[in-house]
Write a protein that binds this ligand. Structure first.
Ligand code: GLN
Length: 230
């Protein structure tokens, strides 16, 4: 099973290391043809405007969209989450091209600047149900986005309690009301996390994604049912 990692910029190497650790072939994707034969794709963290510009420059958008439409699993981490979202706020002037597909509005720098980067223990019941292990996940947030609005088909896998965060660029109101924002979501074959699992030694999110890939690969390989001529 070969899984791609979009390798235009950002933390792609760390994802390939995690995939190899789990015994999976990791392919760095820079050109449209690199996607051929891959069963899943990870879009790493980094800087989403730069990533968008490079994806445009390398003419990757149509191939990525096709990959997504055919239902092959894609996991976006941090900037990758922004890239996958249908809507993003807090963008630089002029906006940025998004792959979209994930019915969410993302605030690009919800948790503030690089200086506001932090780690937090997140309760992750769905992850534990699937992968076992400790009840929480130590999540690394770096200039992190958050999901501030989502469609009905989007399942939240982890929340972050914003009442405990002192400085937020994204949603002052949510903080004052002591609400939570979604920081890990799933919609069909799309997975997105606002944090960086590839920067920790806990590979449960990678295993979780690989199960999605395995499942969708199995479905692709099922031969169509014979139709009864009568
Ligand atoms: N907020 C950053 C952006 O807009 C993403 C940060 C990250 O991927 N660590 O691209």
């Amino acid at each position: 099973m070969a899984v791609g990692v979009l390798a235009l910029q950002g933390a792609f190497h760390e994802h390939t290391v995690a995939l190899k650790k789990l015994g999976v072939e990791a392919v760095e994707v820079r050109k449209p043809e690199d996607l051929e034969g891959l069963l899943g794709l990870i879009i790493p963290g980094g800087e989403s405007t730069t990533m968008s510009k490079l994806a445009e420059q390398y003419k990757l958008f149509p191939a990525l969209k096709e990959f997504e439409i055919t239902g092959k699993p894609i996991w976006g981490t941090c900037a990758g989450l922004i890239f996958l979202a249908d809507r993003a706020v807090g963008q630089k002037a002029g906006g940025q091209a998004l792959l979209g597909g994930l019915d969410c509005t993302v605030h690009r720098n919800f948790f503030g600047s690089q200086l506001n980067s932090f780690e937090a223990e997140l309760p992750v019941p769905s992850l534990v149900q699937s992968e076992g292990g400790p009840s929480s996940f130590r999540a690394v947030f770096i200039r992190a986005p958050a999901i501030i609005q989502k469609g009905e088909s989007v399942e939240v896998l982890a929340y972050y309690d914003v009442s405990s965060t002192l400085s937020l660029e994204g949603d002052e109101e949510a903080r004052l009301e002591g609400q939570s924002v979604a920081v890990a979501v799933k919609q069909g074959n799309l997975l997105a996390t606002a944090f960086h699992p590839e920067l920790t030694s806990d590979t449960r999110w990678h295993s979780y994604f690989l199960k999605m890939v395995q499942k969708s690969g199995d479905l692709v390989n099922v031969s169509p049912k014979q139709t009864n001529p009568l």
